[in-house]
Ligand binder design. Structure first.
Ligand code: AHR
Length: 324
């Protein structure tokens, strides 16, 4: 069956042509009733990751998957080893959220060499080395740059002070969401000269580290009045640190972030957080649909984009029951 992969972005196409030897098609996928599917999770220390794994587990029952799901416990090296083990167990297809962009390239390459089509879910790998339609089939996920841009736009429209002193809590260093959520926010917030980012430091997408980093940054920048966290877990950790220091999130400091977890929606309802731009973890049904289309020989875009909503005081209560 002839398969055509749409190179959805000019960047992917351009990079794919820089090295002729690097151009290859991802392995095909046979059409059958049941598939042995690998899902190599990055870590399970936050509600987003737990919801994502659950989505794959639930989809396994409806999509005819014998699912092998692993947990890399926050280690890129373990995630690579987990993929090695899945290849040895004879998976038909791999769904991979690469914890970091560069260290997970070997996993993508090894799956390709073993004839296993890979779909990147939610995070991407270094586009200088591997591209959709070449080493892997497609990237399924959100536009992280746009998420950061939407937070910046909301802050610009809703901050009512004269001077916004911003502390930024970054996600996992070397991961695609941390890089893109930073550029999306930073490039747009500076368009309004009321705002200044006085510190930007990683909290590794984790609540506890977000709290610890916020505690430290508060001492260096006691005048902070805006906290932008790259995910809700770090935002909740920051709120804890602010309250411990006698600050009043929602009154004297505006906290904004990305994801849409239950705790973040509750913090918005409680008036402690301003906004969270959604980043959906529910990839299972989309993964099933795209995989079946690929097996049927249909064209798969280089980027299957997930559209995200925005949660504020206006709608948080309407959505908290469906949150995770
Ligand atoms: O890659 C998406 C990010 O990873 C989510 O925002 C975060 O909560 C998760 O750990």
């Amino acid at each position: 069956m002839k398969r055509r992969i749409l190179m959805g972005t000019a960047i992917a196409l351009g990079l794919g042509l820089t090295s002729m030897s690097a151009i290859a098609e991802p392995p095909p996928l046979e059409q059958k009733d049941r598939y042995k599917v690998g899902f190599a999770q990055t870590e399970s220390n936050n509600p987003w990751r737990i919801a994502q794994t659950k989505s794959f587990e639930e989809t396994a029952e409806t999509c005819g998957w014998d699912l092998i799901a692993t947990d890399a416990t926050g280690s890129a090296a373990k995630q690579v080893a987990d993929v090695d083990s899945m290849i040895a167990q004879g998976i038909d297809v791999l769904f991979l959220p690469p914890r970091e962009e560069k260290p997970l390239i070997p996993a993508v390459m090894k799956a390709q060499a073993a004839g296993i089509p890979t779909f990147l879910v939610d995070r991407s790998v270094d586009q200088n080395v591997a591209q959709a339609g070449n080493q892997y089939v497609s990237f399924l996920g959100s536009d992280f740059i746009d998420q950061g841009r939407r937070v910046a736009e909301w802050v610009t429209e809703n901050f009512d002070g004269d001077k916004g002193i911003i502390v930024e809590l970054e996600g996992t260093t070397g991961s695609s969401p941390a890089r893109d959520r930073k550029s999306g926010f930073d490039d747009n917030i500076v368009k309004d000269d009321r705002f200044e980012i006085v510190a930007s430091q990683t909290g590794d997408f984790a609540r506890d580290m977000g709290r610890q980093v916020m505690e430290t940054l508060l001492q260096a920048h006691p005048d902070v009045n805006i906290v932008y966290a790259h995910n809700d877990e770090m935002a909740i950790g920051a709120i804890q640190a602010l309250e411990l220091a006698g600050r009043k999130p929602g009154e004297d400091v505006l906290v904004v972030s990305i994801d849409g977890t239950r705790d973040a929606l509750q913090a918005i309802i409680d008036g402690k957080m301003g906004v969270t731009v959604e980043s959906s973890p529910f990839f299972g049904p989309l993964a099933c649909e795209v995989m079946q289309k690929y097996a049927a020989g249909e064209e798969i875009p280089a980027w299957v984009k997930v559209e995200d909503r925005i949660f504020t005081a206006e709608n948080a209560a309407d959505h908290i029951d469906e949150a995770y």
